[in-house]
Design a protein around this ligand. Structure first.
Ligand code: ADP
Ligand code: TRP
Length: 317
């Protein structure tokens, strides 16, 4: 029996931190590496264009994002890895979906409503984001789509759009996708105890050197209310089993500096192999181009075959 199709898209919008690693990269890679799926992972660069409108920055972030996934353990032999912009069927199908979608329906999307509420002038690309995302998902007959909770509604839009297309054109062209929401992935706190986020400047960068890790850890705010420094502990438990930590925090009760030093040591040891792999891959000039060329070719074969069915179903072929 054919394996179910797993697909997800990633938007490279900034330098990665360990919150991104534990909240997005690691859970996705773990799923991809189970071997249970026919898997696709793509860089959503045409989505990113809504946010990054600088060619050099687009190139740098795209490259670093793919490198980060490979360094963190994604084996390109286990997934079709490609760039959205290299498969033109995505934007073509987006247009076709636009013609069967109404404005009021898109006006109900959270991402659009949030942008509106902030008083920004919303671009047509941002407004239409859910239709491009529907095309991304439906071209490959994805059954399951792992996403963060904020993207659940977009996957539901893709599902509604598949149903609508099949109904309007009286043919089962598209498979209905389901989101997989990693509810159990807790929010990783930053050095100030709030959610770690590039917009708060409270991050520990994923590819930090030992010195950078030390600087970030030393800046973690501590309070003496409880019997252990909560913000230090909350990060520590991500990289060392909680059982071991309880004993350590008991033994070093009140010795915040020593506990921070232990955290520096453990963070450094945990991320050293990923960092080493990143440095090794970074030196390989052809690696990313090769991975994307192969992935692009496989993705185009699947997407173009689907487009033939779509064109026949709507009557332009
Ligand atoms: P940031 O908040 O730094 O701007 P993004 O919004 O770009 O991060 O998030 C990219 C991905 O990383 C999303 O899937 C998001 O859920 C995840 N993520 C970001 N910050 C955290 C965090 N502190 N804890 C867990 N997951 C996070
Ligand atoms: N919108 C997603 C995000 O902001 C990225 C994305 C684009 C995506 N296309 C997708 C995710 C298709 C899953 C499937 O994170």
């Amino acid at each position: 029996m054919a394996k179910p199709v797993l697909l997800t898209g990633i938007k490279p919008t900034g330098d990665l931190h360990i919150g991104n690693y534990f909240g997005a990269l690691k859970p996705a890679i773990d799923l991809f590496m189970t071997g249970k799926y026919n898997a696709y992972l793509f860089l959503a660069d045409y989505h990113t264009l809504n946010f990054i409108q600088d060619a050099e920055e687009m190139r740098r972030l795209s490259r670093e994002c793919i490198l980060a996934y490979l360094a963190a353990g994604l084996d390109p032999a286990r997934a079709v890895v490609f760039k959205q912009s290299e498969v033109t069927a995505h934007t073509e199908l987006c247009w076709i979906f636009d013609t069967i979608t109404t404005m009021p329906y898109l006006e109900r999307a959270h991402a659009y409503k949030d942008a509106e509420a902030k008083g920004r002038e919303v671009s047509v690309g941002t407004f239409n984001y859910p239709m491009l995302m529907a095309a991304d998902i439906l071209l490959y007959d994805a059954n399951v789509v792992p996403v963060g909770a904020d993207q659940k509604q977009h996957v539901e839009y893709a599902r509604d759009t598949a149903e609508k297309f099949n109904r309007v054109f009286k043919e089962e062209v598209f498979t209905l996708p389901e989101p997989i929401i990693q509810e159990e992935v807790a929010v990783v706190p930053g050095t100030d105890g709030r959610k770690m986020s590039k917009s708060y400047g409270n991050t520990i960068p994923l590819f930090a050197s030992r010195d950078e890790i030390a600087k970030a850890v030393m800046s973690i705010t501590t309070d003496s209310k409880g019997d252990k420094p909560e913000h230090v502990f909350a990060i520590h438990r991500l990289v060392r089993p909680e059982g071991e930590l309880m004993a350590l925090y008991e033994e070093k009760r009140g010795k915040y500096k020593e506990l921070k030093e232990a955290l520096i040591e453990d963070l450094d040891a945990y991320f050293a192999p990923i960092r080493a792999k990143y440095d090794e891959l970074k030196g390989d000039d052809t690696l990313i181009a090769d991975v994307l060329a192969k992935g692009g070719e496989r993705a185009r074969a699947v997407a173009n075959a689907k487009m033939e069915r779509v064109r026949a179903a709507i009557g332009v072929a």
